[in-house]
Design a protein around this ligand. Structure first.
Ligand code: NAP
Length: 314
């Protein structure tokens, strides 16, 4: 397993991480344990969850139980700001909500510190100074070791950096954003901003919920038990436009003696701004394939061809 620094920080994370949003929803505790144990056996140390994942915080709870005897060697990233209730202070990035949310996450995770605490979504109603100074307090109190953000735009990344620097507060070290072969919008503003301000990038939905594994075929029913069997997510992802791209990428990877799963991981991993590719998994065998899929070193010509096949204009 390759390990990379998370941005400019000293934290070293495995290049293949585990996204934990299946835990406590599609994976019960036993299944969560089998995915987590296999991941750790294969050298994965980075687990990304959030307070809103799973039913009633069950993702954090199951992850905490699964790693309880290995806490020190595992890096837990979690998030706050999503809706944890219907009240006015049960979401967002205010001092009030962060202080409540961190205690609840620590309790569910069964730990006394969070390695990476991330703002899940920008909160446009709370001054960013309030959010960053509260996170700085949590770092100083030892409850949180590093801080990151998610779904920030390029200008918000620059604004956050300026606030931390100007007020001598703890800086963000990571940016978690939607990024895959099928979703490249971040490459115009977010990735250059992350690079400029020394953030490690954590691409989410790297497999487009499984479409980039090759298991879904145009005009064929989704394999039973898979995430995209039906529902709004399936409607969003299994589109004609996406199948056009996936089929052309599959033809390209076949020609090169690789699979589309290898391309999905390796293409992100080839970008030096990426610290960890946090794919979700529901079974240990998926973790095994994912760990094996990260070693294709793409050439500049191959990367240009992929730009063409994904209709990307820099
Ligand atoms: P993803 O990584 O694009 O896809 C994961 C799904 O792909 C798995 O649930 C599994 O589907 C399938 N899969 C994985 N490996 C496979 C393999 N080797 N062979 C066949 N199928 C495989 O999507 P994601 O899990 O939703 O996203 C990754 C992580 O990003 C999340 O867990 C979460 O931590 C994070 N995230 C963050 C945000 C944010 O706003 N910050 C938003 C979304 C996600 P089956 O379920 O069909 O087995």
């Amino acid at each position: 397993m390759e390990y990379r620094r998370l941005g400019k920080s000293g934290l070293e994370v495995s290049l293949v991480g585990i996204g934990c949003n299946n835990f406590g929803r599609r994976c019960d505790l036993d299944q969560t344990r089998s995915v987590v144990n296999r991941a750790i056996d294969l050298g994965i140390n980075f687990f990304d969850t959030a307070d809103i994942y799973g039913e009633d915080g069950k993702s954090e709870e199951f992850l905490g139980k699964a790693i309880s005897d290995k806490r020190q060697s595992v890096i837990i990233a979690t998030k706050f700001a999503g809706n944890m209730g219907t009240g006015p202070m049960e979401s967002g990035a205010s001092r009030k909500h962060i202080m409540d949310a961190v205690e609840a996450s620590l309790q569910r995770l069964g730990t006394d510190y969070i390695d990476l605490y991330q703002v899940h979504f920008p909160d446009l109603l709370t001054p960013l100074e309030e959010t960053i100074s509260t996170l700085d307090d949590l770092v100083r109190a030892g409850k949180v070791r590093y801080i990151g953000h998610s779904n920030f735009a390029g200008w918000q990344i620059a604004h956050a950096h300026w606030i931390a620097e100007h007020h001598h507060l703890t800086p963000f070290i990571s940016a978690q954003n939607h990024w895959s072969l099928l979703e490249r919008e971040v490459e115009s503003e977010v990735i250059p901003s992350a690079k400029a301000f020394g953030l490690g990038v954590l691409p989410y939905f790297p497999l487009a919920s499984g479409l980039l594994t090759g298991k879904y075929k145009r005009n064929e029913p989704a394999p039973s038990g898979t995430r995209l069997v039906a529902g709004p997510m399936a409607d969003r992802v299994l589109t004609e436009k996406n199948f056009d791209i996936v089929e052309s990428l599959e033809a390209f990877t076949k020609e090169k003696g690789h699979s589309i799963l290898e391309l999905a991981f390796s293409w992100l991993a080839c970008n030096p701004n990426v610290s960890s590719v946090i794919a979700g998994a529901t079974r240990p065998e998926q973790v095994e394939s994912n760990v094996e899929s990260v070693s294709w070193k793409l050439t500049a010509d191959e990367i240009s061809k992929i730009d063409e096949l994904t209709n990307f204009n820099a």
